[in-house]
Design a binder for this molecule. Structure first.
Ligand SMILES: [Zn+2]
Length: 190
């Protein structure tokens, strides 16, 4: 098997060439990394053409690919209305502070009650934060907010995204924070 990293526009893909591969195939992994498999004789041109055709789909999938997806689990007696109120008081203010600190601008922030992700950022700079972030400790809330703010610069989870995000964190400790946040889960809504 032949393996190398291919940069294409905003994407960084691991290309794996096998003598038994029949067709070009692209896989977006849970952590946002992308692998492309193809036959040993597939040319660079063919590979790039394939990526170009699927480019938007790959980008969107990488974006959705859960970097911040919490693990769901059931939880009784949680007051979502209360969490939303708390979030509405805290999140917009804190997001503005962090944006100002890093010279970034977003259009609006809304508080949702998504149970599948902590936050999201659209291409038109609208940030959405799940009220469940209020269950996190402050530094992890900041991490979620900075992660979404970082999408104003990089609309993907590329190496460049993580590099910038890590620079934005006070202790430059993205890996550590990710470890911590991954231990937590958003409770399932009743
Ligand atoms: Zn993200």
């Amino acid at each position: 098997m032949l393996k190398y990293v291919l940069k294409y526009k905003d994407l960084s893909l691991t290309v794996k060439k096998y003598s038994v591969s029949r067709c070009l195939r692209v896989i977006v992994h849970r952590d946002g990394s992308v692998t492309l498999t193809c036959h040993t004789r597939t040319s660079k041109k063919e590979i790039e053409k394939f990526i170009e055709i699927n480019y938007l789909w790959i980008l969107e999938t990488v974006k959705k690919s859960v970097y911040l997806q919490p693990v769901r689990e059931s939880f009784e007696g949680l007051d979502v209305t209360e969490l939303k109120k708390k979030a509405a008081l805290y999140i917009p203010k804190r997001l503005k502070e962090l944006a100002r600190l890093h010279n970034l601008e977003f259009k609006e922030v809304t508080i949702g009650s998504a149970t599948t992700k902590w936050g999201s950022c659209s291409r038109d700079k609208r940030i959405r934060i799940s009220c469940y972030v209020m269950l996190l400790e402050e530094k992890l809330i900041d991490y979620v907010l900075l992660h979404e703010l970082c999408h104003l610069i990089h609309f993907n989870h590329s190496a460049a995204f993580h590099e910038t995000l890590n620079q934005m964190l006070p202790e430059h400790n993205e890996k550590q924070l990710v470890k911590e946040i991954r231990k937590l889960s958003i409770p399932k809504q009743k």
